[in-house]
Design a protein around this ligand. Structure first.
Ligand SMILES: Nc1ncnc2c1ncn2[C@@H]1O[C@H](COP(=O)(O)OP(=O)(O)O)[C@@H](O)[C@H]1O
Ligand SMILES: [Mg+2]
Length: 166
């Protein structure tokens, strides 16, 4: 279960400081799928980044399974089982889809994980044979990249995943 308690976040641009999220509280229970909608610029991505630990709120608390994670950095939150899929996924030039998913799965280096990787890729609707040896570079379409990112979160066996515009 993830709880946000009275989260406030502001950022400054050329027009000065502005509130992006003001006093947001919500409880996300286990085994549920939640969708948050809103106009462009309403703060959806900021909220997702606050959960992942990419942005730090000015005030408020974040609890994950009852533990206060407000001050935990991204890596520690990831190790607790929180995953984040970016609105615009990162491209990793020089790394193949296979190596990236293997890295996400954190499996033993000597284990051939091809069968698992193929399974993750087919779960996101990609034919593994066509993608497994491709590089995660600019040659992949936006949608293909999104699917590969979701395959990574499946490989991580994360407990809680935030998808920013999947
Ligand atoms: N780091 C930042 N610095 C300045 N403004 C930001 C920053 N992050 C987000 N914003 C602004 O906050 C508002 C909400 O952005 P965002 O959370 O990306 O909205 P959404 O995902 O709902 O479209 C936008 O006006 C955006 O320009
Ligand atoms: Mg957004």
């Amino acid at each position: 279960m993830l709880e946000l308690q009275n989260i406030t976040y502001s950022a400054s641009d050329e027009n000065g400081e502005k509130d992006i999220l003001r006093d947001v509280s919500l409880t996300l229970e286990d085994n549920k799928f939640y969708v948050i909608t809103g106009p462009n610029g309403s703060g959806k991505s900021s909220l997702a980044k606050i959960i992942a630990g990419i942005y730090t709120p000015e005030s408020g608390k974040i609890l994950f399974n009852g533990r206060d994670i407000t001050d935990l950095p991204i890596t520690d939150r990831a190790n607790l089982g929180i995953s984040f899929a970016f609105q615009q996924p990162i491209r990793f030039k020089g790394i193949t889809v296979k190596d990236l998913i293997k890295l996400a799965a954190n499996g033993p280096a000597d284990k051939d994980m091809n069968a698992d990787i193929c399974d993750y890729l087919s779960q996101v609707g990609l034919c593994a044979r066509d993608y497994i040896n491709r590089e995660v570079n600019a040659s992949l379409s936006g949608g293909e990249l999104k699917r590969i990112e979701i395959a990574m979160t499946l490989a991580r066996k994360s407990q809680f995943t935030v998808f920013d515009e999947p």
